[in-house]
Design a protein around this ligand. Sequence first.
Ligand code: PRP
Ligand code: URA
Length: 209
Amino acid sequence: MSQLHVINHPMIQHKLTIMRKKETGSKDFRQLLNEISLLMGYEVLRDLPLEDIQIETPICKMTGKEIAGRKLAIVPILRAGLGMVDGLHTLVPVAKVGHIGLYRNEETHKPVVYYCKLPEDIQKRLVILTDPMLATGGSACDAICMLKEKGCNNIRLMCLVGVPEGINKVQAEHPDVDIYVAAVDDHLNSDAYIVPGLGDAGDRIFGTK
Ligand code: PRP
Ligand code: URA
């Protein structure tokens, strides 16, 4: 069963509250999402395996630690997932970045794929799939299926705000994918928007409304 990790560090909660306010403009919204993504990244990557490495300090030889094993790929779901890339990239500058373009049909609320470009060796990497909003879960589930079709078997889903509907769908369809969120909100409204949520994340990041 996939695990749900709710990262409720006070700094993250404080920043998220500012993001939720309707009067917060695009510049601050983007900046806060960037900062939260970096902070969440610490938790998402908390269990990365380490291995010993022999080094020499200016004083003496010692055994240090370095990250072992799989390399990382960050895969944002366009558009809003892009807002979480820079924070993760600050933590792991060598991570490769793939892009999956999906938008929700406004009437059916079902995701429509329009773009997919992934690193060639994506199947060898630990994939952090990013999208601030986990609403019905349709977009995340479709993106995970696309990654699995490319051979990925180590995927983590990093969102900002989820609701039980979306979390349950991802856990049911992809029990191998752990989910990381900063908050679990109450429910979806009739337009499949998260309540209380923060509105349309893509529009708020890019100032398109
Ligand atoms: C939003 C959001 C997720 C999706 C979540 O994207 O960024 O990708 O909706 O909804 P779901 O869980 O019900 O699938 P949107 O379709 O608005 O596209 P955008 O990011 O380009 O604005
Ligand atoms: N997508 C968003 O951007 N916000 C929601 O509340 C739901 C889906």
